[in-house]
Write a protein of this length. Structure first.
Length: 341
């Protein structure tokens, strides 16, 4: 569903091409009511193919991954995180990165403006990504010591130093780097995380040369007040709000409320995962990411432009749920996905 004039129902989305079932119900909703205090447009950073599928117990065929990414691009998403160049021992679900990337060739030509970031853990991962002509990369740091050692097998400070040559070399190659910062609101081993500690690590990631900082609620414990105060702390520290993205998990049902708080603070980049796929393989208390469909429903209801066709997105996530053999946890998919008799 494309965005509409505030207060008016958009025109029904066209039916998908023949053979592109499953379909999704189009109710002509939500009815947009614009809030002038919120951004006019939000860029969704889709993480389903990488952050979502890395948590699957079974391996997803590379052909399914490629079609998933193509369907997401066709639905209007213009930032789709494709895969991760990590060692197969650590994330076997993404061991096919070298096989997947050639299958995405030409996708950016068919969908102008499409970006396909990939996650890299170190210089070896960067070498592999550049060999496959990656145009955007991401690195993944932790605001807490315990999670850094469990996830990166090194201290939080050592991880940042490991990323220094990665970000520097990427910049020399003309490739921008996004910095993920996990455990920004709570850690399952350390408990509450001091905001000054989060801000310190976030500033250090930006000082390395990261062009964007994604603040992650890795175990889904954040509340809107925490979100507002943390973002205000980064702004006071001199970080333009335009350089900050948010990444929420929905463990306690707070992801949309936290997103709205971030929007009211001026954030315009929100991470989400189609169908609510994902979690965190190193933090067992984490449940799925914020579902992209649920996010789009809220944003369109607020009259915020996304460029995303909600009906096509729901159909894509319904299709992916079938490939995985289970229902999607996304509320919007559950409400709108058409199950043929």
């Amino acid at each position: 569903m494309t965005s509409s004039t505030p207060g008016q129902n958009p025109a029904p989305s066209p039916s998908p091409p023949a053979g592109r079932e499953p379909d999704a119900v189009d109710l002509g909703l939500p009815d947009a009511v614009r809030d002038p205090a919120l951004p006019a447009r939000v860029r969704i950073h889709e993480v389903g193919p990488r952050d979502g599928l890395q948590n699957e117990k079974s391996l997803v065929p590379v052909e399914v991954k490629a079609e998933f990414i193509e369907r997401l691009a066709a639905a209007g998403l213009r930032t789709v995180e494709a895969t991760s160049f990590v060692h197969p021992k650590w994330v076997p679900q993404l061991a096919d990165a070298e096989e997947l990337m050639p299958g995405l060739a030409g996708l950016t030509d068919r969908h102008p403006g499409l970006r396909l970031p990939v996650l890299v853990p170190n210089e070896r991962g960067l070498d592999r990504a550049l060999a496959h002509h990656a145009t955007d990369i991401a690195v993944f740091a932790s605001a807490t010591e315990t999670f850094a050692r469990r996830n990166l097998n090194r201290s939080a400070d050592e991880a940042l130093e490991m990323f220094r040559p990665v970000v520097g070399r990427a910049a020399e190659a003309g490739v921008p780097t996004r910095g993920y910062l996990s455990m920004c609101f709570g850690d399952p081993w350390e408990g509450p995380v001091p905001q000054a500690q989060v801000i310190d690590f976030g500033l250090r990631l930006l000082d390395l040369g990261c062009t964007e900082l994604s603040l992650g609620d890795t175990i889904g414990v954040a509340t809107p007040g925490q979100v507002t105060t943390l973002l205000a702390g980064f702004v006071r520290a001199g970080v333009p709000i335009e350089r900050i993205a948010v990444h929420f998990h929905d463990t306690y049902g707070q992801a949309l409320a936290n997103t709205l708080a971030a929007l009211r603070s001026g954030v315009t980049v929100v991470d989400a995962s189609a169908g609510g796929l994902g979690g965190c393989p190193y933090a067992k208390s984490a449940t799925g990411n914020l579902a992209t469909e649920d996010l789009v429903w809220m944003l369109h209801g607020l009259g915020i432009e996304t460029g995303v066709d909600l009906r096509a997105l729901v159909a894509t996530s319904g299709w992916m749920a079938r490939q995985l053999g289970r229902p999607s946890p996304s509320r919007a998919v559950q409400a709108l996905f058409h199950q043929p008799a």
